[in-house]
Design a protein around this ligand. Structure first.
Ligand SMILES: [Zn+2]
Length: 240
């Protein structure tokens, strides 16, 4: 793990490469590493360096499924434990991910508190995914008060537009700026889609599947071997 702290108390922590097979995070880390001396209140964490070097998602176990971690655990359990320590005192946590699923960028949250809403406000996505405690309690965002996972499609992540989105979100938090509020569609994810669930052939993320009564999310993510994605039973609108 690599940690770089800017001058002053870390107000915003950016976690990159919780998954080692998502190099977009490393790009964000590199970009800010070279500028960190000029930025007050930023902490950068390149989480799973060992997995990143191998191009693998993880070494022993999925880091985003083993929070709060263990002091004397395996590679990822120890990392999770150290990350929690590093995040003490951070006001906002940004967790950068990529997916093979067909989305642009979707913010994923574990609560809709004031800090989380502040981060969502800086994102352009109309769709916001709120995951239930049962799913997030072992993940990074479920282990901090105001954390958001920014989930980018891996191809979209290669565009300047995607990079600009991360940058404007981080810079907006650091400079305390905000965007005009817009109506967001909040999808409340409370379950996975099991492998034996028969999905319609035309199923797409966020589009209601009447026969199953769900809105699917992260369909076609190649890292999900034992389920097909996530599902929301309910969606609601919120101006953020
Ligand atoms: Zn990821």
């Amino acid at each position: 793990m690599k940690v770089i702290k800017a001058i002053g108390k870390a107000k915003v922590s950016v976690i990159c490469c919780v998954h080692g097979d998502e190099p977009f995070g490393a790009k964000v880390f590199e970009f800010y590493s070279s500028r960190v001396n000029k930025i007050e209140g930023l902490q950068l964490i390149l989480a799973n360096e060992e997995a990143l070097a191998k191009g693998d998602r993880f070494v022993d176990t999925d880091l985003n499924r083993c929070f709060p971690g263990k002091r004397e655990g395996n590679n990822e359990e120890r990392l999770a434990h150290s990350i929690i320590d590093l995040l003490q005192g951070s006001q906002y946590v940004i967790d950068v991910h990529t997916t093979t699923s067909d989305i642009a960028m979707t913010p994923i949250v574990a609560n809709l508190g004031a800090g989380v809403k502040r981060i969502i406000n800086l994102c352009t996505s109309v769709e916001v995914v709120e995951m239930d405690k049962g799913i997030t309690e072992i993940s990074l965002i479920g282990s901090v008060l105001s954390g958001v996972s920014l989930e980018f499609n891996e191809k979209y992540a290669k565009t300047d537009q995607a990079f600009e989105e991360v940058r404007s979100t981080i810079d907006g938090l650091l400079s305390r700026s905000s965007r005009n509020k817009i109506v967001r569609q909040i999808y409340q994810i409370d379950r996975i889609i099991s492998l034996d669930t028969v999905l319609p052939k035309d199923a797409v993320n966020f589009t209601y599947i009447k026969s199953l009564g769900i809105y699917p999310f992260l369909l076609g993510e190649k890292a999900y071997m034992d389920f097909q994605g996530f599902a929301a039973k309910k969606a609601r609108q919120l101006t953020i």
